[in-house]
Design a protein around this ligand. Structure first.
Ligand code: NAP
Length: 278
């Protein structure tokens, strides 16, 4: 039976370290958060950021826009935050409404205030293995892998999903550890090749958002399984991996909820401390 990688517990430990780091900053860091429109997923992510900020002594300034706000208005507000000396970090909650170009909006955040580590300049530093501000969810996955004590050098790591915020930057972080990284996506599935990649993974990271996508009996005996997916099924939150079966084959596995999610927020706060130093 797999050991549970309890992100919730690890996040508490990291938050204790962050509290000490915040004390040594000698200022109360300010995180400016922008939410456009409203969805159950974003509302719950914002709530968890607010709670974490409060517990760490971080000021969380939330600005809510209606879903019909224009790109120009949003960009103007981001630029105000960029020049506001009282603001240390900025986060724009995703997804944005369809009429907005996320990649364009993100580029207006000053890289030194990019608390989510999503600005192209910060992503570029990930490519060079020089980043101090890391994209939050990939950083959370790396923390979970660190917790297993497994050396990633030469391991077959399979990442499913190639989004800008999870799969792609995560592949770079894993490559920086000398893992042999395979990134799967919709075309892998359409070509009927997903199963064969899953079967040979020493470490499997799934970030798709489709409940039941990965059947537990495909997991290699002793593999590490990190399930990033969040899906609402019949009033319950589940991941992308069939947990019940997978836990009988894996050596370590993340629960959903309580795995990657709580660590993602801790990584956001870690980034904020980094932005507050500049
Ligand atoms: P996304 O932008 O929708 O990306 C999903 C990825 O999955 C895409 O690369 C897509 O490929 C790929 N995909 C879709 N169907 C597939 C299939 N049948 N086989 C293989 N690949 C497939 O989503 P995201 O923002 O990366 O988030 C992914 C999941 O993680 C969601 O459930 C989200 O809620 C969750 N999430 C959790 C956290 C956390 O902190 N726990 C943070 C972020 C996201 P194509 O683009 O080629 O179609």
């Amino acid at each position: 039976m797999a050991k549970l990688l309890e992100g919730k517990v690890i996040a508490e430990r990291i938050k204790e370290e962050l509290k000490q780091n915040i004390k040594s900053l000698k200022i109360k860091p300010v995180l400016a958060s922008i939410q456009v429109g409203s969805s159950a997923g974003t509302n719950s992510y914002v709530l968890s950021q607010q709670r974490t900020a409060q517990s760490l002594g971080v000021e969380y300034r939330l600005k809510e826009f209606g879903a019909d706000v224009s790109e120009a208005e949003l960009i103007e507000f981001i630029q105000k935050l960029n020049s506001d000396k009282t603001v240390n970090g900025i986060i724009v909650q995703m997804p944005l409404p369809q009429h907005m170009d996320c990649r364009k909006i993100i580029q207006f955040i000053k890289p030194q205030k990019d608390a989510e580590g999503v600005h192209p300049e910060n992503i570029g530093k990930v490519l060079y293995a020089q980043a101090k501000i890391l994209p939050c969810t990939p950083a959370a996955v790396m923390e979970l892998l660190k917790e297993t004590g497994i050396d990633l050098y030469g391991k077959e790591v399979v990442v499913i999903g190639h989004s800008d915020i999870v799969g792609r930057p995560l592949a770079l972080l894993l490559l920086n550890k000398f893992s042999t990284v395979t990134v799967c996506h919709i075309a892998t599935s359409k070509a009927g090749k997903l199963e064969e990649h899953v079967k040979r993974a020493d470490v499997l990271v799934v970030a798709v958002g489709k409940a039941g996508l990965i059947k537990g009996d495909l997991i290699k005996e002793g593999a590490v399984v990190i399930d990033v997916g969040i899906n609402r099924v019949g009033g319950k939150i589940v991941g992308d991996v069939d947990f019940e079966q997978a836990q009988n084959r894996a050596s370590f596995i993340t629960p959903v909820p309580g795995g990657v999610g709580p660590l993602t927020v801790a990584m956001l706060m870690r980034n904020l401390i980094e932005t507050a130093k500049t």
